[in-house]
Design a protein around this ligand. Structure first.
Ligand code: SF4
Ligand code: MG
Length: 331
């Protein structure tokens, strides 16, 4: 199989008392088996909502209004909630930013790993306990055999995230979705968790969808990167290429706003002047136009498509189109 996850034309909105926020506006993405795809963008760009849509874990006000989410050839959007919860935790593992809120404070960490194994894999308690110890060793929690009986509050933040990784990988998923997995941790621990994810990805051969607002995390861990803004994919391509030769003004702005994006944890996105679009009334044209130093008349009027910018590299910008109407006139 050449593609593990394929998202086509995903549109997700949140219905609020103020109106409808169009958080994701036509996102296409593919993840191949064994690759790490990074999604980077400022908060509100639609990157988390894209992943929550794939997992069908949107908050109640959220609704998927269009598109397909093909995982191993099946459209996840057509499955029942029961079928979907069989997939979450077995074929697709998930880790979030804050491991404390994902762990149950009243159960030992080991019980929570065992619960996942028993739910998806069956077998007896003794086997699940043995497997839990193995998993703790795999994520390098020291003294695994005794630490599995500790409660979440007895773990440090980094150890809790290791435990979350153990839960996510308990059933050897084909895909791990990691939403800001290192954001809540301090820089040293961030690097350890990131290299653990990368090492386990190599060892288990799973694919990873890695969401972050940190270019350093992308530089260190991802094979390919998708840059999101205003609910759309602005640029995508191999990481080395995007860092060496970003073509989209937004990506170029992100790169310029950090001193050295190749340093994980120190490559957090500094704000580009201006503010992101109001998704209640998303602009008809390029969502980045009000902040873009290169904006032209056409940019406000019409949204550009994703143009080829080289091998596996695409940029959603009118600058890529030699025939762009009204080129040159600054808006
Ligand atoms: Fe800037 Fe226009 Fe390109 Fe948007 S389409 S990024 S406004 S030049
Ligand atoms: Mg988020």
């Amino acid at each position: 199989m050449s593609v593990l996850l394929e998202v086509r034309g995903l549109r997700t909105a949140f219905h609020t008392s103020r109106g409808k926020a169009q958080a994701v506006r036509g996102v296409d993405l593919t993840v191949k088996p064994g690759e790490i795809l990074g999604i980077v963008g400022e908060s509100g760009s639609g990157k988390s909502v894209t992943c929550m849509s794939v997992l069908r874990l949107l908050k109640r006000a959220g609704r998927i209004e269009g598109g397909e989410v093909l995982f191993g050839g099946r459209d996840l959007l057509t499955l029942s909630e029961g079928q979907m919860s069989d997939i979450r935790g077995s074929d697709i593992g998930v880790i979030f930013q804050d491991p404390m809120s994902s762990l149950n404070p009243t159960l030992t960490v080991g019980e929570q790993v065992m619960e996942v194994i028993l739910r998806h894999r069956g077998g007896g308690k003794a086997a699940a306990r043995a497997r839990t110890i193995e998993l703790f060793e795999m994520v390098r929690i020291p003294s695994a055999a005794t630490r599995i009986d500790a409660y979440p509050h007895e773990f440090s933040g980094g150890m809790r995230q290791r435990a979350m990784i153990a839960i996510a990988l308990a059933c050897e998923p084909k895909l791990l979705i990691a939403d800001e997995p290192t954001t809540a941790l301090d820089v040293t621990i961030q690097k350890q968790i990131l290299s653990l994810i990368k090492e386990l990805q190599g060892r288990l051969g799973m694919a990873v969808l890695l969401i972050t607002h940190d270019l350093g995390v992308i530089a260190e861990a991802a094979d390919r990167v998708m840059v999101m803004y205003g609910g759309m994919v602005m640029e995508e391509g191999p990481v080395a290429r995007i860092f060496a030769a970003p073509r989209h003004p937004y990506t170029q702005g992100l790169m310029a706003s950090v001193p050295d994006p190749r340093t994980a944890g120190e490559g957090r996105l500094a704000p580009i002047p201006g503010s992101p679009p109001d998704m209640m009334q998303p602009p008809a044209g390029c969502p980045f136009a009000p902040r873009c130093p290169a904006a032209m008349n056409v940019c406000d009027a019409e949204a550009p498509q994703l143009y080829a910018a080289g091998a596996a590299h695409r940029s959603r910008c009118w600058l890529m189109d030699p025939d762009a109407p009204q080129q040159g006139g600054a808006a």
